[in-house]
Write a protein that binds this ligand. Sequence first.
Ligand code: SF4
Length: 487
Amino acid sequence: MPALPEYKTRILLENHDVPLVPAVFHDAMPEILPEPVVFLKAQIPGATSRAGRGLVRRASTPDEIANGLRELLAEENCQGVLSAQAVDIKKEYYAACLLDFGDGENLPGGVILFSPDGGTGIEGRTSSLIKIKFSLLNPPSTDDIEKQLEGIPNSTELAEFLKKMTRTFIGYKLTVLETNPIAVLADGSHIAVDCRAEFEKHAVSRKNAELFKVPESSTSDSTPLEKAVEAINADDPAGTGFFRASREKAPEGTIAVATNLCGGGGKMLWEMTTGGRDDIFSLNESDTSGGLSGFKSYRILRAIMSQPEAQVLILTGSGMAFQNQYHLASAVWKALKESATPLPSLLRFGGTDQVKAMELLEQVSQSLPVKIRTFRPEIFPNAMVEHLSEIATDHRVQQKFTPEAGELAFEVKTPPARFIYHPDKNPDNIEPICVKECPTGFLLWENGRIVANPEAKCIGCLVCETVSILEGNGELTIELDLPGEVL
Ligand code: SF4
């Protein structure tokens, strides 16, 4: 999902009276330099790990400020530089508002994530996260929030701060709003030192269109895999399938991780996990979310696994995904079987059918060409990464997948797929299990053949192929085309 740079996220927060560290935005070299000491932050939409890339600098003299501004303003895609006053921070907190898509038992809504251990260093932070779920129609009052902040000093003022954040989140229909750190000053007051927001383009109101305008990204520097993902999105536009490769090489001694992050929550947790670590290198940014099909998940995963430097795959969402996790697991299984370069994988499932998702992958794990580990949503990515070194590989598996020959039963245009029936796997010519298990009734058994029901729709969930192989005799398989760059 598109992200707003910090200087624009500040405008959203200011409009809801959230206290912020004093800062000035420069879109060009100013005539009068800011007073030291300041932090200079390049404003590059979508840029992550800015500190690690030298895009944030502390400047304590006029010369450092002038040089820093000049250099940062020259960075590629830089919209300007935010010059933020240095403040005397006594303690740091972390807070975020996220969309909670709900599940079979809980209605969709929002959730506040708060940690009294903000700033850098995730280990302490994720273990101390407080989750406060809320209704978007009836957001929590200061009192409601304060009740969840037991033992935290100045909790009334902090709850008021979080309430204003929540109002900002709802008011602008954001998908993620993060303030990290929230600084506690000597007088006990709170101010946001850094912030970021993600949003869904279709949710932006006309009056806010200018504020949320996403600059046209230049496609001239797109990598072949990025172009492949663009082609996948063009074929199957429903849901988000975002992929951007790092322009840097993995430094020596780091573990090169291919990431499939699901939604803003997954991205945020991963950034929190890796922000303070120099032994893990993310080869790409990614986001698969917004109700994409299993077919599209499979295709994006295949693109992600095609990164030649990758040693391991991480897949995680916020732990409360909208996408059915069994469908996602089916896509993972298919991608690991069919990729020419499958990756050992750490896979975290959270959302509808998360147990079924883990059971599926546990059932097939022995037959896979690579090692995998699955994680429940209660296990945060900071704990997952402790398994990176035991599973990451310097020697990628190379395999050749040849689909079994069969008869083309029918094709589906959206989401695009070819359904292949294998009559030799059904010698008694009886209705295969996949027909009964199709959740939409799209598959019919007529005259000894599988046919498409014109009254129903295929949602691209992959359930038919999964049950056909695991519970049937492999009577139905699905062929999903891929751009040539994908291995
Ligand atoms: S045919 Fe049914 S089970 Fe198969 S992918 Fe489409 S909706 Fe899912």
